[in-house]
Design a binder for this molecule. Structure first.
Ligand code: I6G
Length: 672
């Protein structure tokens, strides 16, 4: 066969496979047998294997899972991914409809699109000229994580759009979910292998999408329903939401088949009733339904309020409840010493999960709900939220029921419990003397978004603290192979892996390090602000509470905790030790300096040899640059690593400056 005829055959096979996938997944109407499909698929695989130069990212063979990533990169959503307001009662739904009528000055009934609300994970899928180029999680709505390779493994995510009428840039939004049957099968397998079970399909879907190794994601039974769009460029947009959904179907996306267009809010409530009735028969979990104003012009006039559109609402099903006995209450001590009363329950099955613990939040809640040990209680589990006690069935209270009292001393370290007048939270005063607080502080230090010490899970931290091998985060770095392999259930290989992971974690960023210290009220965003503002530890040590308060996003409470933290001798010593063992980070450039890459936007694509994406991004951001997820005419530079794909092509088309890795390294060297 000549190269030309091979190319043509490959094209034809891809077309055929895409067509069969569309019939199978979207139309649920397969036209060939599985065996015949496998034959066609294998032929394509073999041709591509023999001609790797002809493999393209949109080939259906490219779903099997790319190489593992070291970390996810961040993606800034061009249009924020909002959330939905909730309504729990018919009255709240009527109020939603009235607000819309009032705002639009309309007194006739409105058209709504009604659809089931899946309990999954919101994602965005970005297409350039019909090719899937990037996928991201919702994240905080502004910035998500780049999970392109994981999304590529999902059979119902089109890698190439069907037909010709799609816009040149299209961002589709939808919900990734795990069907109930797939979830049960996955947990069965995990049980057989003695692995941890997922609590529910949503967690299983989230855990599967957040795998750094796409080959694991590829084995998970994930699917996608699309419900809307973000960016839509290069073509006129239809006038209704329903027409957009129709277009999405034509282009190969799966849209929920239960969707209805109705007139009037009462018809929405009828839809809610209908879906409620068939809820248990649906092959996926839902937690309510969504109503959206159909006319896009009206949506536009309604706009948004804080983080949610005014033109849509999620009408939630009531949380599932069950009755059981509260057998005991224990107090858990958190990282900051906060005591949380936790109810130990007689195990009870609620919405697919056996529940044996429920949070009682704090003592004010215990008193308000008048909860006693021995009470029969109604508990509730809603979606992902920790089960909670809703109310006590008072008439079933036994004579021996026992009042719940806040302990005077910490149940772990026996230090005094303190409760500030007027505050609901009681705290152990033991600080890092308390092993529970130490454990939580070390778990936080090791966590993925902090020092990211792979393999140092919660159980292992507890084992290390209990065995008195570590007292603070710095002690982690002086652990030896002998000490680790002497631990129960720790083979030498795993011990060595942990030492390697500890070594790797020494290279970090200033912001991550600050976040890892676990200063009260200092989350990731505040840690970033502190890092950018002060640039180094010394300046931070010298900052007073007043100085700290001048930083954007730092209020008096955060400033007080940060100043207190850095003035404490014990903390200074731990930080010194952490630096002595070799924790380091690239120089952080202060944001108030005149940064050389201010106003420049970079896009990183392909695999860089000497930097992870995260590192390259950090370096650029420290120099004042913005790092974007996709190439546009506004992009200043595209940094191109190995195996770069469509972003490189786009940069070439738009005439954007391109740097290879060598040029990029030289460029950075000159600036730093
Ligand atoms: O999180 C969501 C789930 C389902 C949504 C949504 C949806 O429609 C069926 N629609 C919108 C507009 C948003 N979130 C923001």
């Amino acid at each position: 066969m000549t190269e030309k005829s091979i190319r043509e055959r490959i094209e034809q096979l891809r077309k055929e496979i895409n067509e069969h996938n569309y019939h199978y997944y979207v139309l649920s109407d397969p036209v060939i047998s599985d065996a015949e499909f496998d034959r066609v698929f294998r032929e394509l695989q073999e041709l591509e294997k023999a001609n790797p130069q002809l493999i393209t990212l949109d080939s259906p063979t490219q779903r099997v899972g790319a190489k593992p990533l070291s970390a996810f990169t961040q993606v800034t959503h061009q249009i924020p991914m909002l959330s939905l307001d909730n309504a729990f009662t018919d009255a709240e739904v009527h109020a939603f409809d009235k607000r819309i009528h009032d705002r639009l000055h309309i007194n006739t009934e409105l058209e709504y699109v009604c659809e089931p609300k899946l309990d999954g994970l919101a994602v965005s899928l970005h297409y350039e000229d019909g090719i899937f180029v990037q996928g991201a999680t919702r994240g905080d709505g502004e910035t998500g994580e780049d999970i392109t390779e994981n999304l590529r493994t999902i059979a119902t995510v089109p890698l190439k759009l069907r037909g010709k009428g799609y816009p040149s840039t299209l961002e589709v939004r939808g919900e990734v979910y795990m069907p109930k049957a797939g979830f049960l099968a996955l947990n069965k397998k995990a049980e057989i292998h003695g692995e941890k079970l997922f609590a529910n399909p949503r967690n299983a879907a989230a855990g599967s999408l957040r795998q750094l190794d796409p080959r694991i994601t590829a084995k998970r039974p994930l699917a996608l329903f699309c419900y809307g769009i973000g960016v839509y460029k290069g073509k006129d947009i239809p006038s209704t939401h329903n027409e957009i959904l129709k277009e999405l179907k034509e282009w190969g996306f799966i849209v929920n088949p239960e969707i209805e267009v109705v007139t009037g809010i009462d018809k929405c409530l009828k839809f809610y009733e209908r879906i409620g009735k068939i809820r248990s028969e649906l092959v996926y979990e839902i937690d309510g339904v969504v109503y959206k104003v159909n006319q896009l012009k009206e949506q536009e006039r309604l706009g948004f309020v804080s983080r949610a559109p005014r033109w849509a609402v999620a009408h939630k099903f009531p949380a599932e409840q069950a009755t059981t006995v509260l057998e005991d209450v224990e107090f858990q001590v958190g990282r900051t010493g906060a005591l949380t009363p936790v109810a130990r329950l007689k195990p009870v099955f609620v919405s697919g999960v056996t529940v044996s613990n429920a949070t009682l939040h704090n003592m004010d809640e215990v008193r308000r709900k008048d909860i006693y040990i021995g009470d029969t209680v109604i508990i509730q589990r809603a979606g992902d939220v920790i089960p909670e006690v809703v109310e006590v069935i008072k008439k079933l209270r036994p004579a021996h029921a026992k009042k719940i009292n806040l302990p005077k001393d910490c149940p772990v370290c026996h230090s005094k419990i303190e409760q500030i007048e007027g505050e609901a939270i009681a705290r152990c005063s033991g600080g890092l003397y308390c092993s529970a607080q130490r454990k939580e502080a070390i778990k936080h230090f090791a966590s993925r978004r902090a020092m990211d010490i792979e393999g140092l899970g919660d159980k292992l931290v507890e084992q290390l603290v209990d065995a008195d091998l570590i007292k603070n985060p710095a002690d982690l770095y002086t652990l030896t192979l002998d000490q680790l392999s002497g631990l129960e259930r720790m083979a030498e290989k795993s011990a060595q892996n942990l030492l390697d992971a500890l070594e790797k974690s020494k290279k970090t960023t200033f912001a991550r390090f600050l976040y890892a210290l676990g200063i009260r009220e200092v989350g990731e965003a505040t840690a970033k602000s502190l890092a950018r503002h002060y640039g180094d530890l010394e300046s931070l040590f010298n900052a007073t509470q007043e100085d700290l308060q001048t930083i954007r996003d730092v209020g008096p409470v955060v400033a007080k905790h940060a100043a207190m933290f850095f003035s404490e001798n014990h903390n200074k010593k731990v930080i010194e030790k952490l630096l002595t063992v070799g924790i380091h980070w690239p120089k952080t450039i202060k944001s108030d300096a005149n940064l050389p890459l201010k106003d420049k936007t970079f896009v990183l694509t392909g695999t860089l040899q000497d930097f992870s994406r995260e590192e390259a991004k950090e370096k650029l951001e420290n120099l004042g640059a913005k790092v974007a997820g996709s190439v546009s005419a506004k992009t200043s530079y595209v940094v191109v690593g190995a195996d770069a794909g469509s972003k490189l092509k786009k940069a070439q088309e738009l005439g954007v400056s391109i740097m290879d890795e060598k040029a990029f390294s030289d460029f950075l060297r000159e600036l730093t």
